[in-house]
Design a protein. Structure first.
Length: 292
């Protein structure tokens, strides 16, 4: 602790002026130059990720850091907080292969037969699903690690959402379902998110919901995906807070959540093109909900 304190004193940390934070992210700072160039910084503890449309702004920022701190420039990011990053002229691909394989290895399932889906589409998990686990921390730790994997793996979000509902008293069937997710991950190494350099700036949201899908509470499950052009930016799978009396009501609740998420994402990105309502699209498969 004393060494860290001396580093703070040596770097004059106490004298650095507070930077303006974005209204949406508390670890994200950005600005626009008079010429319209964009500059953004993401900070997590002592890790910093910088992006800009002007290389000169990045160079100036590095000089500023060097005047106040001891730091190491690692160049283009290849690994950040457990997320692997690959880039070329066509775009950026982010994935968590090493993280996923570590999960499978820690569970002793490296030699298992891969599953084709992350969850059984017929059998529904319930609160009392077999005898309680003697050590529930194994299940809780596994689900917590799967939650972090959802950063780049949309395909397991629904399954992880279901598994996270039984953390207080996990049973044997719940652990079997969690291991099925690991078996699915073993067969889908290399999956992740691709952000195209040629994508347009249209914001699209696709939402859907079941009706009374939870066998324990009869509440519905909402889900939506938010795209910037062809690039997936945000998604969610979550149980609704109330019991819907019709499928149209369940869809309406989902549409509200999806629309609000789209507005927040538009405000966070702060691109001028998003002020045009024509650049915002929302798709929902139920015809009745737009008339509610």
């Amino acid at each position: 602790m004393q060494e860290e304190l001396q580093d703070l004193i040596r770097n004059n940390t106490w004298l650095i002026t507070y930077l303006p934070r974005s209204a949406s992210y508390h670890s994200f700072f950005y600005k626009y130059s008079p010429s319209g160039s964009y500059f953004g910084v993401v900070i997590y503890v002592d890790d910093i990720l910088v992006a800009s449309s002007d290389d000169n702004m990045i160079s100036e920022f590095k000089i500023f850091l060097a005047d106040h701190f001891k730091f190491k420039d690692l160049g283009y990011p290849k690994y950040f907080l457990g997320i692997e990053i690959a880039r070329n002229k066509s775009g950026i691909f982010i994935f968590q292969d090493n993280y996923a394989l570590d999960l499978v290895s820690d569970a002793g399932l490296l030699s298992c037969k891969p599953a084709s889906t992350p969850m059984d589409s017929i059998k529904q998990l319930q609160v009392d699903a077999g005898p309680p686990l003697e050590d529930p921390t194994i299940y809780r730790r596994l689900v917590g690690r799967l939650v972090y994997l959802c950063i780049t793996r949309l395909d397991i979000t629904f399954a992880v959402n279901k598994l996270s509902q039984f953390l207080s008293k996990p049973c044997s069937d719940h652990l079997v379902a969690a291991e099925r997710v690991l078996k699915y991950l073993k067969g889908t190494v290399g999956h992740g998110l691709f952000y195209s350099a040629q994508a347009d700036l249209s914001l699209s949201i696709f939402s859907d919901a079941d009706w009374a899908g939870c066998p324990d509470t009869r509440r519905s499950i909402s889900g939506f995906c938010l795209f910037l052009g062809t690039s997936l930016l945000s998604w969610r799978s979550k149980k609704q807070h109330t019991v819907s009396r019709s499928s149209a009501e369940a869809e309406s609740i989902t549409n509200h959540s999806a629309g609000y998420a789209g507005k927040c994402k538009r405000d966070k990105i702060s691109y001028k093109s998003f002020s045009n309502e024509e650049n915002q699209k929302r798709q929902n498969p139920v015809e009745s909900t737009p008339y509610i």
